[in-house]
Ligand binder design. Sequence first.
Ligand SMILES: Cc1cc2nc3c(=O)[nH]c(=O)nc-3n(C[C@H](O)[C@H](O)[C@H](O)COP(=O)(O)OP(=O)(O)OC[C@H]3O[C@@H](n4cnc5c(N)ncnc54)[C@H](O)[C@@H]3O)c2cc1C
Length: 292
Amino acid sequence: MLLPKFDFHAPETVNEACQMLSEYGLKAKLIAGGTDLMVNMKKKILAPEQIISISQIRELDHLDVSGDRILIGAGVTVADLCESKTIAGYLPALGQGANNLGTPLIRNLATIGGNIGSARPAADLPPGLMAYGAEVVLQSKAGIRTLPLDNFFLGPGFTALQPDEILTEIRILVPPAGSGAAYVNIGIRKAQDCNLVNVASYFALDSNGIIQNARVVMGCVGPKPFRAVSAEKILIGQKPDIQLFEKAGEAASADSQPIDDFRSCATYKRSMVGVLTQRTLQQAWTRIKNQE
Ligand SMILES: Cc1cc2nc3c(=O)[nH]c(=O)nc-3n(C[C@H](O)[C@H](O)[C@H](O)COP(=O)(O)OP(=O)(O)OC[C@H]3O[C@@H](n4cnc5c(N)ncnc54)[C@H](O)[C@@H]3O)c2cc1C
């Protein structure tokens, strides 16, 4: 399959890239690792006339802890996330998503910004990021704005990103002591397959061991990754235990909106939301207990 014709640009700064986006508007598309965009171009789903590569922009490659925040540049590759001690130490649920994404070849090219930008409902990184309460930084020639990742996804392939904006950074508050999170996905095969269901859960305990904050995020069971609000309500104010996690799993199942497709029926996916919610909560709790 041949690619459609396009002009290629490789700016070295975010400002330069923003200038190009404002000049070319809807004719342009950003490319990072290309593992999603190239497939869509080969399938003729997209045919941008101007391709702006951001892979030469070093400002997008950072992964740091700054004060009470973890800052991840949009150009950080999935392989970098897998190897990062910061991710393993502070954000293990994001690390689990990264380690489950594609194959080593894909992980070497694929970026966190591209995984978010592609807005696939089954993508591996958004549930973990949303469970940690991530926000995204969007830059254009006009300036910079931040948005909770919860509000970024609009539907399959659609986001709140304006045509002249670049996602430059993901910001996450350092999770407090007494908090834990986990991510679990299932697919028909172990690798090289789209997820059937994926869930990430996070909760934080107060000094009395009561859950004071909880986020449960489901993928593949709606047009975008979204929070199981009923499950979160069940968790908050309670002491963690297996019966509570079961109830939260049932509530998450009820919140999910799966559809029948060639991979599986909606009934199976709905029931797996319950199972994965329980599993992620249990893993998160184990992580909290291991801190003690
Ligand atoms: C064989 C194969 C297996 C795969 N397996 C998985 C998997 O298991 N799990 C999974 O989640 N995904 C999977 N993918 C999809 C893809 O690899 C990931 O979504 C990847 O993270 C995309 O990152 P990228 O840098 O390659 O994005 P690109 O293809 O470069 O870009 C994807 C989209 O995001 C936009 N974009 C990229 N960077 C930015 C930015 N900084 N700001 C704004 N917009 C931006 C682009 O314009 C484009 O629309 C797979 C793909 C292939 C080909």
